[in-house]
Design a protein around this ligand. Sequence first.
Ligand SMILES: [Mn+2]
Length: 259
Amino acid sequence: MNSLENEKVDDYIFCGDMITDGFENNEVLDLIKNKTNNVVAGNREVSLVNYDGSSWINLRQWQPMLYVHNNLSKENKKFISSLPIFKIIKIENKTICISHGSPYKDRDLVYSNSCELFNKLIEDFGCDIYLFAHTHRPFYIQYRGKYFINCGAVSLLATGQLLSTYGILTIDHEKINYDYIEQSYSFEELKTYFLKSDYYRSCGQWSNLLIYMLRDGFNYNCDFIAYLNEYSKGNNQVNNEIWNEKFKEYMKIKKLKIL
Ligand SMILES: [Mn+2]
């Protein structure tokens, strides 16, 4: 996020999932709110907004979400409730459709070869540029004269590289240019920062998976949930005993020392 401050740009666009896998959630939202109105909700913000206020309590599995729910300021809760799942803006004479998954669904998985969806978007929205996130897999393509872009993730890529990524879009009359930016980070610094946090003390297991994800560029968090789902046959809510046992088992299989 700091490197974003150094870029000389006229405006910012945030494609959602700004919070929850980590701490300083209020700080992140405060920074974003002060920069721009070009913000949409990702599935994380949608889940927080729709939380019923009780079902996450006492389940280790939901501790990270509960932590954020309990620590978000009233103002920031109101802010995320106000976010749409897509937004269309105009810069110069170009229209840009901003979304997290897609404008249809916050969890849609859009890839560079999702041509059927691109055709539908062109038909339904008629924009010049479409921005996505969610998959943590960056791409940039021109298709039928329109631009389809996923800038990756400022937190973590899903491509096995230890990089934060974002992009700079330049619109100059008819000309559209996109620069994809990769930024390396110091794993040791992040690890120390994580281990000192309140978030780590509240959600130790999830933090362990996040820390190793930062080290290896492999999404242990999603992989662990998949491992758990296989055991629970898709029941996405397990009790703490099973969660603990499966976590230990998983860490052992992956040869990861519990921090
Ligand atoms: Mn997402």
